[in-house]
Design a protein around this ligand. Structure first.
Ligand code: TMP
Length: 202
């Protein structure tokens, strides 16, 4: 099974994907937890470039770097692990590109969808957990203990467009994408909803 976590800045993806991994391993499953960008050796260098607030990247260059990261990730990490029968959990995948590059950056929809298709080799998650959070709360959470990265430092309207695009994806694909509102919930409440959703899918 291929599960992805998605959401705006500070939505809690990293915490919840790590906890879900432990939960599934507790049930005897073999689980690979990975992320985008940065799930491969080349991807780590791309991640540094993409998140460094001093990088000045054209929006088209930016999406090519995400596509390069994903090509490596899908062919070297995700597909081999799925073939070995592992459950793969990825912190971000194709929906991030739709939300950030179409919603946030306003790149042409056909370009983004084409690059997503090529870079993912047509791989679609079986289940996507969208952790929704308002930009006001999420950005505060994300930058509590460190400086904002290149995306986090974008204006709040950028983050509103990203969030709206995520919610539009979920509305269009309700079978695959399950939304959990996190503004009004603590970590344990959100995690137990995630476990219910994952258990129901299996
Ligand atoms: P994160 O892993 O800490 O969430 O940081 C990754 C950042 O990269 C986040 O701001 C979202 C952004 N991103 C895109 O803009 N497009 C993409 O396709 C992916 C995977 C991430």
């Amino acid at each position: 099974m291929f599960i992805t976590f998605e959401g705006p800045e500070g939505c809690g993806k990293s915490t919840h994907s790590t906890r879900l991994k432990s939960y599934l391993e507790g049930k005897g499953e073999r689980v690979l937890l990975t992320r985008e960008p940065g799930g491969t050796q080349v991807g780590k260098a791309l991640r540094d470039l993409l998140l460094d607030r001093t990088s000045v990247l054209d929006d088209t260059t930016e999406i090519y770097l995400f596509a390069a990261d994903r090509s490596e990730h899908v062919s070297k990490i995700i597909l081999p692990a799925l073939k070995e029968g592992k459950t793969v959990i990825s912190d971000r995948f194709i929906d991030s590109t739709i939300a950030y590059q179409i919603g946030g950056r306003r790149l042409p929809e056909d370009l983004v969808r084409y690059l997503n298709m090529v870079s993912s080799k047509g791989t679609l998650p079986d289940l996507t957990i969208l952790l929704d959070v308002s930009p006001e709360i999420g950005l505060k959470r994300a930058t509590r203990n460190r400086q904002a990265d290149r995306f986090e430092q974008e204006v709040v309207d950028f983050h509103r467009r990203v969030r709206a695009r995520y919610l539009a994806i979920a509305a269009a694909e309700p079978e695959r994408v399950k939304v959990i509102e996190t503004d009004d919930k603590d970590i344990d409440q959100v995690q137990s909803l995630i476990r219910e959703i994952v258990d129901a899918k299996r």
